[in-house]
Design a protein around this ligand. Structure first.
Ligand SMILES: Cc1cc2nc3c(=O)[nH]c(=O)nc-3n(C[C@H](O)[C@H](O)[C@H](O)COP(=O)(O)OP(=O)(O)OC[C@H]3O[C@@H](n4cnc5c(N)ncnc54)[C@H](O)[C@@H]3O)c2cc1C
Length: 748
C-alpha cells in the first residue's frame, strides 16, 4: 500500500491531484482511494487531500497519518507540518522554483523534489493569473518521483476529462522536476537534540497557520461504542451446558478438531447427543422463523464422527470417588472427575457400561459402535469399572465410608404398570424389558399383532423395534393426542413412515384371551375412547373417559411403555434427594443424586448436564478450587461486558443475512429400514450447514465494524478489537452495522 498526503489551499485542486494519482493506479489494476479533508473552509484555506493505492483490496478508510510521500501545492505551506508522520526516505514533492538543496536542512530525512508548477500552470493558461491550477503540472512531477509513468498520468487525464494544456504541463513538469535523493541522516542523538531545541509548535488557537488542528474529536463524543458478549439462545437452553455457538463457529471455519474439543469440554457424549438429543437448541434457534433452525444436532454428530481430540487430564489426585450407575449421568460425572485427576470407579448393576444408551435406545437410532467409542474415551481416562455390581443400601453406606464422595446415577428403575386382568401375565410385557432383550438379540415377534401402550420415546422405540423383529402389525395406543405425545416428534414421524399405527385418545381397560382357536388371535384388548378435558399438573390436557365408547383390539402381545420413576430404596430412610447437591441424612461423606434419578428430566443431554454440574461441585468442594469462566465465555475474545442476556431475533440485523434453507442429513427409505437395526439417519456429508449459524451475541470477527467505521478509529489486533477513543466521535455506525448485537453504544 502506498499512501500520499497532499497539502494545498482550497481551490488549488489538491483533491483532484489525489484523484489523478489514484486514477492512474486504478487503470493499472490497483485498489485506490482519493479523498479530501475539509469542511466549510473558504477558498485559500489550508486543506489536505489523501490518496492511497494497493494491489490488494483496501479495507481501511481512515486518514493518512504516516504517509509514504507528501506533495505540497503551495510554497507558502512549506513548513514543519509537511513532514509530520512522513516515513523516513519518503518523497516530498514541492511546488517551488528553488532547488531541492535549499530545503535540505528543513527536511534532512526525506527525498526532495521541486518543480515550479505555478510557472508551468501560468504558461499553459491553467486556472487564472491570481489562482493558477497547479495540480496537473504537479502530477507529472509526482509521477516521475514516485514511479508512475507519464503515460499512466496522461491516461488518468483522459479518464477524468482533462484536455488542453494539462497534458503539456504534466509532461513539462516531468522533464523539469529536480530531484535530490541523498538524505542527510544525522545521527539519532543530533536529531533528538534538534527536536528538543525546536520552538514549540503554536497551537491552532494561537494562530499556527501551517498546522491542521490535531483536535481529539473523541472529546466531543456523548457516547462510545463498547463490545459485549451475550448468551446465544442455543447455549442458554442446552441441558448439557454445551457452548453450541462456539462449536458451530469452529465447524463453520472447518476446524473440526477444535469443534470436537469445544464439545468435549462439557460433554463426553457428542456422538450420542448428535443422534438422539431432542435438540432444544434448534427449537430456540434465532434462525427458526427466518429460514429454519440451524441443524445443530447433525452438526454435533458431524464434529463427533469426524473430529480428533487428545484429552488432557490434571495431575492425579489421591481422593477416590464412587459413581453408582453408568448411564449418561454417571459416565459424564466420571469423565469430568477423572479429568480433574480423581480416582473414579463406576459401579454398574448390568453386565455392560452405558445405561439406557445400551439397553433402551435401539441401534437403528444409536449404533453400538458410537456408544463404544465414547464410553471407551471415558474409560481411557483411567476410570475403573465394576459391572454386575448392584449397589443396595448397605453397599452404598460402605462406599460412602471408603470414598471421599459418592454419586448415585441409577436412573428411573420403577416401571409403571396397568392392571389389565387375568391374561396379563402371558400377554403383557414392559417396554424396557422388550427393548433390552431386543438389544441382546433375544427377542422375536414374527407374525404377531403388537399393541404398545404409551406416547413417549419408549413406546415409539418398542413399536419400531417390534416391526424390525417381524411383527405383522404394530399399533400404539395413547390416551391423549399427538400434540401431547412426549416422544421426539421426528421419532413419531419416522414410526408412522415405517408403518406404525397410532390410536389416539384411547385408554386400555382390560385384556382377555379369546380361547385360541386355530387362526384366531389369542387376545383382545378392551379399550375406551377418551376426550381431552382441562389441563392437569403437567400442563397437558387431562384425558376424560367417554361413556359407552368401549371397543376391542385384537392382539398377540401388549407392550407397556407408561413411564418410569426413581427407586429410592438405595438411600437410607429419610434421605432428601436433591439434584447435584449433597444428600441430607447420610454420612459425612458427600453423596449426590444425579441424572434422571434426581431430575426426572428424561433426556440424555439433561443427564449429561446433571453429571457435569455435580462433578464441578464435588471438585470445588474437595479441592477448594473455584472453577473459572462459565462455558460459553471465550477468554480469547476479550469484551467490555459479559452479559447474561439471551439474544432474541429482534436484536440481530437479520437483513444482513442471506436466506439459506437448512441442510438435512440423509435417511434410509422406510422399506430399507424395517428389516434390520442399521442406523436410519445417515447424517450430513459436510459441515457447511454450520455457516448458517448467526453467532448470536458473540463476535465471530466478521470485521463489518472495522470496514464501516467512517473515522477509521477501530482496528482488529488478533482476536481483539481496539477503538481509538481519542478520535471516535460516537457516531454509532459500528453498532448499527454489527449483525449480532455485540457492539452497543454506551452513554458517557
Ligand atoms: C427407550 C428409551 C428411549 C429414549 N430415547 C431418548 C432419546 O432419543 N433422546 C434422549 O435424550 N433421551 C432418551 N431417553 C431418555 C434417556 O435415555 C435417559 O434420560 C438417560 O439415559 C438417563 O440417564 P441416567 O444416567 O440418569 O440413567 P440411565 O441411563 O437409566 O442409567 C442408569 C444406570 O444405573 C444402573 N443402575 C440402576 N440401579 C443400580 C444399582 N442399584 N446399582 C448399580 N447400578 C444401578 C442401571 O443399570 C443403568 O445402567 C430414552 C429413554 C428410553 C427408556
Amino acid at each position: 500500500m502506498v499512501e500520499i498526503r497532499i497539502h494545498g489551499r482550497g481551490g488549488q485542486g489538491g483533491v483532484t491531484l489525489a484523484k489523478i494519482i489514484a486514477t492512474a493506479r486504478f487503470l493499472e489494476g490497483d485498489s485506490v482511494q482519493a479523498f479530501g479533508l475539509y469542511a466549510a473552509e473558504r477558498s485559500g484555506a489550508p486543506i489536505q487531500a489523501f490518496c492511497r493505492y494497493s494491489d490488494e483490496p483496501i479495507q481501511n478508510r481512515n486518514l493518512i497519518y504516516e504517509p509514504d510521500h507528501v506533495v505540497v501545492l503551495d510554497p507558502t505551506l512549506i513548513g514543519r507540518a509537511v513532514s509530520d508522520g512522513l516515513k523516513r526516505g519518503g518523497w516530498i514533492v514541492l511546488n517551488s522554483p528553488e532547488e531541492p538543496a535549499s530545503f535540505r536542512s528543513k527536511f534532512p530525512d526525506f527525498r526532495l523534489a521541486t518543480v515550479d508548477a505555478t510557472a508551468i500552470a501560468k504558461q499553459h493558461g491553467l486556472g487564472t493569473r491570481s489562482l493558477p491550477i497547479v495540480n496537473t503540472a504537479l502530477s507529472g512531477a509526482v509521477g516521475r518521483a514516485i514511479g508512475i509513468e507519464l503515460d499512466q498520468v496522461i491516461a488518468a487525464f483522459g479518464e477524468l476529462g482533462f484536455k488542453g494544456g494539462n497534458e503539456i504541463a504534466a509532461a513539462q513538469a516531468w522533464d523539469e522536476v529536480r530531484m535530490d535523493q541523498k538524505l542527510l541522516s544525522p545521527p539519532e542523538e543530533t536529531r533528538a537534540e534538534a527536536a528538543a531545541e525546536a520552538p514549540p509548535l503554536p497551537s491552532f488557537l494561537e494562530g499556527g497557520r501551517d498546522l491542521l488542528p490535531g483536535i481529539r474529536t473523541g472529546q466531543w463524543a456523548v457516547q462510545q461504542p463498547k463490545r459485549q458478549q451475550q448468551v446465544a439462545p442455543c447455549n442458554h437452553v442446552c441441558p448439557a451446558g454445551n457452548d453450541v455457538r462456539a462449536f458451530l463457529q469452529a465447524l463453520a471455519a472447518e476446524r473440526l478438531d477444535e469443534a470436537l474439543a469445544i464439545l468435549l469440554a462439557t460433554s463426553p457424549l457428542p456422538g450420542v447427543c448428535g443422534r438422539v438429543c431432542p435438540a432444544p437448541c434448534m427449537e430456540n434457534c434465532n434462525r427458526i422463523a427466518f429460514d429454519g433452525a440451524v441443524n445443530v444436532r447433525d452438526l454435533e454428530r458431524y464434529a463427533a464422527d469426524h473430529g480428533q481430540c487428545e484429552l488432557e487430564s490434571a495431575e492425579p489426585r489421591s481422593e477416590r470417588i464412587a459413581v453408582v450407575g453408568s448411564g449418561p449421568a454417571g459416565l459424564t460425572a466420571a469423565y469430568h472427575l477423572a479429568r480433574f485427576g480423581y480416582r473414579v470407579t463406576l459401579f454398574e448393576a448390568a453386565d455392560e457400561i452405558g445405561g439406557l444408551l445400551r439397553t433402551g435406545i435401539p441401534g437403528y437410532r444409536l449404533p453400538d459402535d458410537v456408544v463404544d467409542r465414547e464410553v471407551g474415551r471415558i474409560l481411557d481416562l483411567g476410570v475403573r469399572t465394576r459391572t454386575d455390581a448392584r449397589i443396595d443400601r448397605p453397599e452404598l453406606l460402605r462406599l460412602a465410608g471408603e470414598h471421599e464422595a459418592v454419586l448415585v446415577a441409577t436412573g428411573l428403575q420403577e416401571l409403571q404398570s396397568l392392571r389389565l386382568g387375568m391374561a396379563e401375565a402371558d400377554a403383557v410385557m414392559q417396554g424396557l424389558d422388550f427393548l433390552e432383550r431386543s438389544s441382546r438379540g433375544e427377542m422375536r415377534v414374527d407374525g404377531e399383532i403388537v399393541i404398545v401402550v404409551g406416547g413417549g420415546n419408549t413406546a415409539l422405540d418398542a413399536a419400531r423395534s417390534a416391526l424390525r423383529l417381524g411383527a405383522e402389525q404394530v399399533t400404539i395406543v395413547y390416551r391423549r393426542t399427538r400434540l401431547e405425545m412426549p416422544a421426539i416428534p421426528e421419532e413419531i414421524d419416522q414410526g408412522i413412515e415405517e408403518g406404525v399405527e397410532i390410536e389416539f385418545l384411547t385408554q386400555p381397560i382390560a385384556i382377555r384371551s379369546n380361547g385360541a382357536g386355530p387362526g384366531e388371535k389369542h387376545y383382545h384388548l378392551s379399550c375406551r375412547q377418551m376426550e381431552l378435558g382441562a389441563a392437569d399438573e403437567s400442563g397437558r390436557r387431562r384425558p376424560v373417559e367417554v361413556e359407552g365408547s368401549d371397543f376391542e383390539l385384537a392382539c398377540d402381545r401388549v407392550i407397556l411403555a407408561l413411564g418410569q420413576s426413581p427407586d429410592l430404596a438405595v438411600f437410607p430412610e429419610g434421605t432428601e434427594v436433591r439434584e447435584e447437591r449433597q444428600l441430607l441424612g447420610l454420612l459425612e461423606t458427600p453423596v449426590y443424586a444425579i441424572g434422571d434419578l434426581a431430575t426426572r428430566d428424561g433426556t440424555v443431554a439433561g443427564a449429561i448436564g446433571s453429571g457435569r454440574r455435580a462433578a464441578l461441585h464435588i471438585h470445588e468442594t474437595l479441592s477448594g478450587e473455584l472453577l473459572g469462566e462459565p462455558s460459553g465465555r471465550d477468554a480469547r475474545r476479550p469484551v467490555d461486558v459479559w452479559s447474561d442476556h439471551v439474544v432474541q431475533p429482534e436484536a440481530l440485523r437479520m437483513h444482513l443475512f442471506e436466506r439459506v434453507p437448512p441442510a438435512h442429513g440423509g435417511h434410509k427409505m422406510p422399506w430399507e429400514r424395517i428389516s434390520n437395526f442399521d442406523e436410519v439417519h445417515t447424517g450430513l456429508v459436510d459441515p457447511g450447514e454450520a455457516r448458517r449459524c448467526l453467532s448470536c451475541g458473540g463476535c465471530n470477527e466478521c470485521d463489518r465494524c472495522v470496514t464501516y467505521c467512517p473515522e477509521g478509529v477501530l482496528k482488529r489486533v488478533g482476536h481483539e478489537f481496539v477503538f481509538d477513543y481519542s478520535f471516535c466521535k460516537g457516531c454509532g455506525v459500528c453498532a448499527a452495522e454489527c449483525p449480532r448485537d455485540v457492539i452497543f453504544m454506551s452513554h458517557l
